[in-house]
Design a protein around this ligand. Sequence first.
Ligand SMILES: Nc1nc2c(c(=O)[nH]1)N[C@@H](CN(C=O)c1ccc(C(=O)N[C@@H](CCC(=O)O)C(=O)O)cc1)CN2
Length: 291
Amino acid sequence: MPARIIDGKLIAQQSREALALQVAEFTAATSVTPRLAAVLVGDDPASQVYVSSKQKACANVGMASDLFRLPATTTQAELLELVDRLNHDPSIHGILVQLPLPSHIDPEAVLDATHPMKDVDCFHAENVGLLIQGRPRYLPCTPHGVQVLLEASGVSTDGAHVVVLGRSDIVGKPLANLLALKGPGGNATVTLCHSRTRNIASFTRQADILVAAIGQPLFVKADMVREGAVVIDVGTNRLDGKLVGDVDFAEVSEKAAAITPVPGGVGPMTIAMLLKNTLTAARLQTKTIAR
Ligand SMILES: Nc1nc2c(c(=O)[nH]1)N[C@@H](CN(C=O)c1ccc(C(=O)N[C@@H](CCC(=O)O)C(=O)O)cc1)CN2
């Protein structure tokens, strides 16, 4: 039987609708509008699309956003100066520096310079540390998006064997940590595979839930997947002008119980979770007077 399709576009829309109500409530109670600053360096076409989607999504849920567009020739010092200015601007609650940055800028230096309270991507070392210790301030956007997709589709991670392909700082590593935490949405047994893993298929075939975030188009084939597994595709690759995931959807959807498509799977969730973090940031930065 072909797999059930997990509709990320719909689940992200439902998340945004729920969030819009929370934003309205927060703003009515505090007179504060959550505000996101997006920083885009250079003219990478995909990054331009993502940043503009983030701004549109902010407007849809009643949040404000500002875009800071810098030329590709911007120096690291100039970018750090902007980040410092945004750190000190009390009207801005969340800062996101769109990745990738041009190669002459060290992303770690920039992410470390972002104030941890405004780090709505959850990339700062302090926020990653809090997450690993099981007391997260913010939840990393794409990994949390995967968690919400699973939950909304009725797929429990409790006691499940989740195999994550890819050890990136944006997806693989934080996702493995998030799923292994105690509590709802976690409690999984996690195996993290990467480019140096020997005989990757021997691991993927054991997965109850397989997450592909390896950045290789159509890498996961049907013979790498257990019959009835749930397959989450985080990949966004351009192949012959078409957007494809890390999973060979045509093959794998014949074998899996449920699968996310690309586009329309994990991608839209990343932006919905960023909005959620921006509201959390506004809450954390807004002093309320206890009566
Ligand atoms: N500062 C950050 N940089 C990057 C992140 C991030 O979370 N923070 N993640 C990715 C890019 N990204 C968000 O920034 C992102 C990627 C994909 C999508 C998405 O909705 N994709 C659509 C397809 C869109 C298309 O046609 O290209 C989908 O999958 O349906 C949203 C956000 C790297 N950089």
